[in-house]
Design a protein around this ligand. Structure first.
Ligand code: XUL
Ligand code: CO
Length: 437
């Protein structure tokens, strides 16, 4: 059965094309900065938003029909979702997908039944992957949705919930390995607290690390060679989440000796929720050697929550792709569209339009980031701005020869430092002239 009936195979037609079902900028085979666009961008479809989410919000029911032709049996629906997902990815030329355990298979009445459903769907999806050549970017466990996770998962006050979380992660990781996944994500949706009046923060943090350490040990023993990721987010659903932002997560990973197995999965909308720019979070991951993967979406500057919109902001995608290129590009990671269509965009056509705009936005971001690097003016400015560290006292500082005493002596002997302009507006002008030429 065909689900995206109006959607043809989407091809690159260039910016002049006025056909809605066509790429204006994304041309997977085009070589940019020494690599095919598709290999730079490594686009992935998010199973949950694309195939499961129905558009409900706190004020209203679902607006989107996700019964896949009126099906009622949960396993039949799960298979239809897989069919629809692989149809969409094939039509868009998307080569990867990401899933939570509960996205691909319905939960049963018992844990054993859920496990059986999960591995039945793993077999089904494996067949689809073999047919299409589409690969798994990363898998994860939904350890935040069910009532048992109301106080957290690894950070729950209840040890039975810790055990349940571990059991779910074991199966989700086994599923990921079975499907040849290149990554496994931890997103701590309810790993945090609402009030310190009922919270033992020290135990919760230690327990969160314990579960990650167990996962690494198990995964490596099963031959998993991919990356483990933490996806920072400051709040929502929990008031205060432990994985607040990139810097907080890096401190945590280092404290518990997890930084050689884990990298970061940076989500644009989580960055802005934390009061940072997207590119700031990517830069923090990069300069600490922990850049891993990206959840590509965008928030709404007028709203203070995770709206998970499809990315259409080209300047932001350009700044993000500059960071990706500076990090040396993706290895096991990619650009996962953790994004959903608006509630009013309820048709299957809208899903295709959303992916097209998202893919075109990142294609433009990549093209423009490469142009900025090749133009060289911005990089040259930055290099020059720090040139005082390449000679004299600056060189002594970075090469470890300076002490407080030597720097006091230098300061006593020299006049007041002379500053140079930061030239922000000039640089913003260069950025615009490259973006809009
Ligand atoms: C929630 C979120 C998750 C993670 C995976 O804000 O981003 O979908 O990406 O659990
Ligand atoms: Co995400």
């Amino acid at each position: 059965m065909e689900y995206f009936k109006n959607v043809p195979k989407i091809k690159y037609e260039g910016p002049e094309s006025d056909r809605p079902f066509a790429f204006k900028y994304y041309d997977g085979e085009r070589v940019v900065a020494g690599k095919k666009m598709k290999d730079h961008l490594r686009f992935a479809m998010s199973w949950w938003h694309t195939l499961c989410a129905g558009g409900s919000d706190p004020f209203g029911v679902e607006t989107m029909d996700r019964s896949y032709g009126g099906l009622t049996d949960p396993m039949e629906i799960a298979r239809a979702k897989a069919d629809a997902g692989f149809e969409l990815m094939t039509k868009l030329g998307i080569e990867f997908f990401c899933f939570h355990d509960v996205d691909i298979a319905p939960e049963g009445k018992t844990f054993a039944e859920s496990k059986e459903n999960l591995f039945a769907m793993v077999e089904y999806i494996k067949g689809k992957m073999a047919e299409t050549g589409i690969k798994l970017l990363w898998g994860t466990a939904n350890n935040f949705g069910a009532p048992r996770f109301m106080h957290g998962a690894a950070t729950s006050c209840n040890a039975d919930t810790f055990a349940y979380s571990a059991a779910k992660i074991k199966n989700a990781l086994d599923a990921t390995i079975e499907l040849g996944g290149q990554g496994y994500v931890f997103w701590g949706g309810r790993e945090g607290y609402e009030t310190l009046l009922n919270t033992d923060m020290a135990l919760e943090l230690d327990n969160m690390a314990r579960l990650m350490q167990m996962t690494v040990k198990y995964g490596r023993s099963k031959g998993f060679k991919g990356d483990f990721y933490v996806e920072p987010k400051p709040k929502e659903p929990t008031k205060h989440q432990y994985d607040f932002d990139a810097a907080t997560v890096i401190g945590f990973l280092r404290k518990y000796g997890l930084d050689s197995d884990f990298k970061l999965n940076i989500e644009a909308n989580h960055a802005t929720l934390a009061g940072h720019t997207f590119e700031h979070e990517l830069a923090v991951a990069r300069v600490n050697g922990l850049f891993g993967s990206v959840d590509a979406n965008q928030g709404d500057p007028n709203l203070g929550w995770d709206t998970d919109q499809f990315p259409s902001d080209v300047p932001s995608a350009t700044l993000a792709m500059l960071e990706v290129l500076r990090a040396g590009g993706f290895t096991n990671g990619g650009l996962n569209f953790d994004a959903k269509v608006r509630r009013g965009s309820y048709t299957f056509d809208d899903i295709a339009y959303a992916y097209i705009v998202g893919m075109d936005t990142y294609a433009l971001g990549l093209i423009k980031a490469d142009e900025i690097i090749r133009d060289g003016r911005i990089d040259k400015f930055v290099k020059n701005r720090y040139s005082s560290y390449t000679k004299g006292i600056g060189k002594d500082i970075v090469e470890g020869r300076a002490t407080l005493e030597s720097l006091e002596k230098y300061t006593l002997e020299n006049p007041e430092p002379v500053m140079e302009s930061g030239r922000q507006e000039y640089l913003e002008g260069i950025f615009n002239s490259i973006l809009y030429r």
